[in-house]
Ligand binder design. Sequence first.
Ligand SMILES: Nc1ncnc2c1ncn2[C@@H]1O[C@H](COP(=O)(O)OP(=O)(O)OP(=O)(O)O)[C@@H](O)[C@H]1O
Ligand SMILES: [Mg+2]
Length: 407
Amino acid sequence: MSEQLFANQDQRVQRLLQIAVDLASTLNINELLQQILSAAVEFSHAEEASILLYDAQRRELFIRAATNDETEETLREIAVPTESIAGWVALNRQPIIVDDVHQDPRWFSQVGETLQFPTRSLLAIPMIAKEQLIGVLELLNKKEGRFNEEDLEILTVLSAQAAVVIQTAQLFAQSDQISTLVHELRTPLASINTIAYLLQHPGLSNSKRLELTQMIQTETDRLNKMTTAFLDLARMETGRAAFNWSSFSLAELAQECLNLCQPRAAQLSIALSLDSPPGLPAVLADRDKIKQVLLNLLNNAVQYNHPGGQVTLHLRHQDAAFELRVQDTGPGIPPEDLPKLFTKFYRAPKNEKASPGTGLGLTICKQIVESHGGKIGAESQPDVGTTFWIYLPQTPKSARVPRQLRK
Ligand SMILES: Nc1ncnc2c1ncn2[C@@H]1O[C@H](COP(=O)(O)OP(=O)(O)OP(=O)(O)O)[C@@H](O)[C@H]1O
Ligand SMILES: [Mg+2]
């Protein structure tokens, strides 16, 4: 019997070492969280597991991942109160076993309700790295029997490993993003510096002087747009952006966006039109954010078009989803560049100098559309034009989280 126990323990230690190696092999936070969850479920024989991460700035715990992958988006919206069991674990930095959550007044039932997952028992362990609280690992419903000391012991080891790798991944993501931003800010700063130097020349004509000061204005505008857009994006990527869900007409919003683009389109002799069937149902979404997406796609279609070209916005509704297509008659995008469009700071090499853009517009669009449970993509034919398409569910899951739980 005890030999059997030792054999099991040996296997467990082996497995823990293997997991440590696996965890060290990626810096992708989503992949890491999923690996931690499956290891935790494997060790504890629990039905489900979830990871809550601590947001030090907001001093709140947010559910960040769960074994039930499909519900991930819904979960990310939920801030867990300090008075909950996970809140207690985080505050006291102590693990806890609760055999029957319904007997515990701290039980935060909304999560289970959102997931439609009936929780009975729970094991929660704080994840701490270098004395810093990273989050809480929760195991729900032991398949047989109760969570015990042995589960607690092995999951404490796993949690400590998990905390270190999550912290490393978080720091890496931050430094990587910031170094990209700094790199991108250097270009406009270098231009401003050169212009300032040129402006010191006494023999400059008035018209040249005016041209140079206008260039400073363009570059500072771009710096400004870039930092605002970068912060917007960072807020969404870390799940801290607030979404204001409401029900509204997409056709009306589309018309509003076309009207806003009209002056710029007229300057470039580009015709704008809307192709939308009558009687479309309302969509449940964040109106301002969808407006931001449409404006960016329309502005791109106008900006990167030939004079005398056309831009058409097509709207369709089918199977509880909307399809939006922004079609232009511009120069098109080479097939090899299509996958790069939605990455940060990407601007087609030939536009890089001419356009005042930041290269963040489409990355923001993708983030917004995906936060609505939708998809975005592009098709293009060189010399014919480009079409950006969006599939938007009529009622995204993330909008169903009760208002008081949303960030
Ligand atoms: N409709 C289009 N036709 C051709 N090229 C496009 C089109 N839309 C975008 N692009 C290319 O993709 C790049 C990225 O677009 P994105 O909207 O992300 O940034 P931007 O327009 O440069 O900057 P911002 O939108 O922040 O002002 C553009 O610089 C352009 O080179
Ligand atoms: Mg753009």
